[in-house]
Design a protein around this ligand. Structure first.
Ligand SMILES: NC(=O)c1ccc[n+]([C@@H]2O[C@H](COP(=O)([O-])OP(=O)(O)OC[C@H]3O[C@@H](n4cnc5c(N)ncnc54)[C@H](OP(=O)(O)O)[C@@H]3O)[C@@H](O)[C@H]2O)c1
Length: 310
């Protein structure tokens, strides 16, 4: 494989499919980059977001090492070059917020960034301090989305988030959970409070959100951010060695990663999904899932029965 500079990357990314062979990436799925970007509206404002975002729980570690940093700049550049906007972080993810801020200094075409992070502590003053720290670490003057991580002390933080939204410090407010935890409590909060976003897990292997959370979000006009779309990579283990069905091309799907992501974003109540990756090849693969056709309801059923039969 050739060693390439960032400039070469930008030029080659613009040049499209043929250029990706420079990375040793098979061009089969890369051809979809010419297909239209799928964007979903945030119900409260109508602002459209590309359906594929980026999670940051662990994938941006190690940027003190110059070689790792260089590699991650290329990965993040690919996110923006392929139309990405929403990056989700948290003070819970070690140095992730600082890594985003530092890497963004070296990334071009990032003006469309939709910055999302979380408050993850107890108490009003501690929350305020932590959120100011997140702004500084991520290098943003306004946080597009601030979420309360894992419902922690949500009654306290939600008051601050309302004030900050009024003052224009944050664009939207939300709340998160994952792994199917606390659904009943989250449901009560969604009923009682005016939330802009909710974040929870939803994937082909973890579908509890279909029962109550997704329909309720649609009913209440709350945007949904989906975490763990690959169940932290576990879904790939389930299909290891299995060929992708030929009919996947009918909805512009060319890899198992795209199969899993297109299933998630084709749910009518899903706004955006935030897969995590530290690899260029996977980043491009994931971004391509946000282009072209999505499976319809009958195809979604077929996708599930295929996965169950493997
Ligand atoms: N409570 C919360 O608020 C909460 C909880 C959990 C997660 N989250 C958010 O959701 C994000 C995503 O969830 P997650 O990090 O648990 O895991 P995930 O996105 O479900 O899976 C990540 C795993 O999939 C692999 N992968 C990514 N793209 C791939 C591709 N195209 N082909 C093959 N493998 C691929 C990654 O490895 P490589 O690096 O090798 O690509 C990694 O091992 C988090 O980063 C975080 O931002 C929030």
């Amino acid at each position: 494989m050739h060693k390439i500079t960032r400039r070469q990357f930008l030029v080659t990314a613009a040049a499209g499919t043929a250029s990706l062979s420079l990375f040793g990436i098979a061009p089969a799925w890369a051809t979809t980059d010419t297909l239209p970007l799928v964007q979903h509206a945030i119900p409260r404002t109508g602002e459209k977001l590309p359906v594929i975002g980026l999670g940051t729980a662990g994938n941006l570690d190690g940027i003190r090492d110059p070689a790792t940093k260089k590699r991650l700049i290329v990965v993040l550049q690919a996110f923006f070059d392929h139309g990405g906007r929403l990056i989700d972080s948290s003070p819970m993810y070690g140095d992730a917020e600082s890594a985003i801020g530092e890497l963004l200094n070296d990334v071009k075409n990032k003006d469309s960034l939709f910055a999302a992070t979380k408050v993850w502590t107890y108490g009003r003053e501690a929350g305020i301090k932590q959120m100011y720290q997140s702004f500084k670490r991520m290098g943003v003057e306004k946080m597009d989305l601030m979420q309360i991580h894992n419902l922690r002390d949500w009654q306290t933080h939600i008051a601050t988030l309302r004030e900050w939204k009024e003052q224009g410090k944050i664009g939207f407010l939300g709340i998160t959970t994952s792994h199917g935890r606390d659904h009943a409590e989250l449901e009560r909060i969604m009923e009682a409070e005016e939330l802009d976003f909710v974040q929870f897990s939803y994937s082909m292997g973890e579908r509890a959100a279909e029962q109550r959370l997704l329909p309720l979000a649609a009913e209440k006009g709350i945007a949904t951010l989906i975490n763990r779309p690959f169940q932290r990579g576990e879904l790939f283990m389930n299909v290891k060695g299995q060929p992708l069905p030929k009919w996947a091309t009918e909805f512009d799907c060319h890899s198992w990663g795209q199969f899993f992501l297109k299933f998630v974003v084709s749910h009518p109540a899903v706004t955006c999904v935030i897969p995590r990756t530290s690899k260029l090849e996977h980043m491009v693969d994931n971004m391509e899932a946000g282009r072209g056709r999505l499976p319809d309801e009958a195809t979604r059923v077929k996708m599930l029965s295929l996965l169950n039969s493997i």
